[in-house]
Write a protein that binds this ligand. Structure first.
Ligand SMILES: [Zn+2]
Length: 125
């Protein structure tokens, strides 16, 4: 795996996290942020390597299927369906769950244009 590809992958991850406002979608923490699939895929994306995961995340991001969770919320969520996870959170903490998904478009629309893999060395999809 080449260094430019690694940098591209890290940039993709950073941009996706930035597009979520750099905070955990569940608790609002800005530490140890991870990318979480709103509709879980059962861990299929694990073990693909950094580039494979970045491409996968980009694809899911375009579908509006990503959100940011901090490490501990992500671990807590596991493969729980998103609705259940946030319903549970709302019950426990009485917080609003009205803003729990990435809306397609808006700032994501602008940012994803600069993330097209074809312009970043290509051939990695
Ligand atoms: Zn959190």
């Amino acid at each position: 795996m080449s260094a430019p590809q690694m940098r591209w992958a890290h940039r993709v991850m950073a941009k996706i996290i930035a597009s979520c406002g750099n905070v955990c979608n569940a608790c609002g923490s800005d530490e140890s942020l991870t990318i979480d699939l709103i509709v879980p895929d059962g861990g299929k994306h694990h073990g693909r390597g950094v580039i494979g995961r970045a491409c996968y995340y980009l694809k899911e991001w375009r579908r509006g299927n990503l959100q940011c969770l901090c490490d501990s919320c992500n671990t807590r969520k596991g493969d729980t369906p998103n609705d259940e996870f946030f319903a549970d959170l709302t019950q426990k903490r009485n917080i609003s769950s009205s803003n729990t998904s990435i809306k397609p478009g808006g700032q994501c629309e602008q940012q994803r244009n600069s993330l097209a893999p074809g312009q970043q060395g290509g051939g990695v999809l």
